[in-house]
Ligand binder design. Structure first.
Ligand SMILES: [Zn+2]
Length: 467
């Protein structure tokens, strides 16, 4: 191009004018081709023609409807004009029908209004410039009343108005799956809630414990609530506060909820396996929502392995933990859990409080008799939460961890007594759990075998993938 301009400048003035006029003609003929020229070009070099034609082609939304014969700029409709008869009509009509809708949308304004802190629905409606009549009518609708009156900061109302500024549609996302729509219907409004279909997918996770259970579970992609759920599932069998070791492994299959391909939330754990110090424990969810071992024994047992949630227990990974009183590694008649003062202490099983008091050795203490065979004792409590004679449920908080009595540091001293003999609560054989009802056994076995096969398959897959 630069060369052409230089050449042009070298020409005498008179010639420059002639060239300019010639150029003008050439350009003009390109932009305003005659019908036959266009037709022949169309046949020989369709691509070149399309390029020229497109300069004149207006976006569909802005085009005014014209008679088919006049619409020479558009190659598509041009083709139509060459076909005689009635076929032409629908070919032209088709692009025009959505065009009317598009232009409607052009006149419609859609605005998003975020709920601000301290906002009221009335204030938000005012910001949105809704008429007081609209506000009144909308708040009379039962679903709107139920959902819009409790909107929270950060949530959003989407408001669409027509050219006259009249409200046409209001929508509010109630939660990840439900959206409330209020649409103008003649003089008034009608409402409905559209609910997306939730799709369940299964997810697999596994980990080997290196430093502690929590970190391993987080690394495996589990959330805090899933970690607690897993610990609760196996909490009747494994003392998560004191019994976990490096090399322990776990694997699980859990549900995830999706809508429109978008992740919503995690669902239930369907099956899990925990290998603790070489012992294998399994849990399978039955259709009643309860968990059983893979062979159908209830996970829920008469006693929790630990009266303290593992997440509170400090240094729960050191088997050679020093005794908080003597500073020596020492076997004594109970198990010590070191945690912060105030940590809730739970009854290991259902029973009756036979002692609740204070003395200089035990500090605040609670003794629970579960039946003729079993008694549990909780010492050095900061506060007692039960009285002598109370009946307690399994997992009920009986007190809080403290440093009362003859101790140097805060801890729970926990004793487990079987027929009057102190036993290690972490290793003692506990009463056998109930099995799944005989009527459900066959159904459960199918579920269990299927899930456990999937779990093992996924474990092997991951082993194979690890270099
Ligand atoms: Zn102790």
């Amino acid at each position: 191009m630069g060369k052409v301009i230089t050449l042009f400048k070298l020409l005498p003035k008179k010639h420059q004018i002639i060239v300019s006029i010639l150029l003008l003609f050439v350009t003009a003929s390109l932009f305003f081709p005659s019908e036959p020229a266009q037709a022949s070009k169309n046949a020989d070099e369709p691509s070149t023609h399309a390029e020229t034609g497109e300069r004149y082609q207006l976006p569909l939304a802005f085009r005014t409807p014209t008679a088919p014969s006049n619409d020479s700029g558009n190659p598509d409709t041009e083709l139509g004009t060459r076909v005689p008869g009635a076929i032409v009509e629908p070919k032209i009509e088709e692009p025009l029908a959505p065009q009317a809708k598009d232009s409607d949308k052009l006149h419609q304004t859609v605005e998003h209004f975020e709920v601000e802190k301290g906002d009221t629905l009335a204030a938000l409606f005012q910001r949105a410039n809704l008429s007081s009549r609209d506000v009144y009518e909308i708040t009379q609708l039962p679903l709107a009343k139920k959902n819009l009156l409790k909107i929270m900061p950060g949530e959003e109302l989407v408001i669409a108005k027509d050219a006259e500024g009249q409200l046409t549609e209001l929508s509010y996302r109630i939660d990840a799956v439900s959206t409330l729509f209020i649409r103008r219907d003649g003089e008034g409004y009608r409402e409905d809630v559209q609910v997306k279909e939730v799709e369940l997918r299964t997810q697999f996770a596994q980990a080997s414990i290196k430093s502690n259970f929590w970190n391993a579970a987080v690394d495996a992609g589990l959330t805090a609530s899933q970690i607690m759920e897993l610990a609760t599932l196996f909490g009747w069998d494994i003392d998560f506060a004191l019994d976990l070791r490096e090399g322990d492994t776990f694997a699980l299959i859990y549900e995830q909820q999706f809508a429109d391909g978008e992740f919503l939330k995690n669902g239930a754990i369907l099956a899990a396996e925990f290998i603790n110090q070489g012992d294998r424990y399994t849990a399978v969810r039955f259709s009643d929502g309860n968990y059983y071992s893979e062979s159908g024994q209830s996970m829920r047992k008469a006693f929790l392995r630990s009266p303290v949630d593992f997440k509170y227990v400090s240094s729960n990974f050191n088997p050679k933990r020093l005794h908080p009183v003597t500073g020596q590694v020492k076997a004594h008649r109970g198990v010590d859990y070191v945690a912060a003062i105030g940590t809730p202490i739970k009854a290991a099983g259902r029973g009756r409080v036979i002692e609740a008091g204070y003395n200089q050795f035990n500090g605040n203490y609670v003794f629970i008799k579960h039946n003729e065979t079993y008694t549990t004792k909780y010492l050095h409590l900061n506060k007692r939460k039960v009285k002598k004679g109370d009946t307690v449920k399994q997992g009920q908080v009986v007190g809080t961890l403290g440093k009362t009595g003859r101790v140097t540091g805060a801890h729970l001293h926990y004793e487990f007594i079987v027929n009057g003999v102190h036993r290690n609560p972490r290793t003692v054989d506990l009463p056998k759990a109930e099995s799944i009802a005989a009527a459900d056994k066959a159904k459960f076995t199918l579920i269990s075998q299927d899930l456990m096969a999937k779990l093992q398959h996924n474990k092997q897959l991951q082993v194979a993938m690890t270099p």
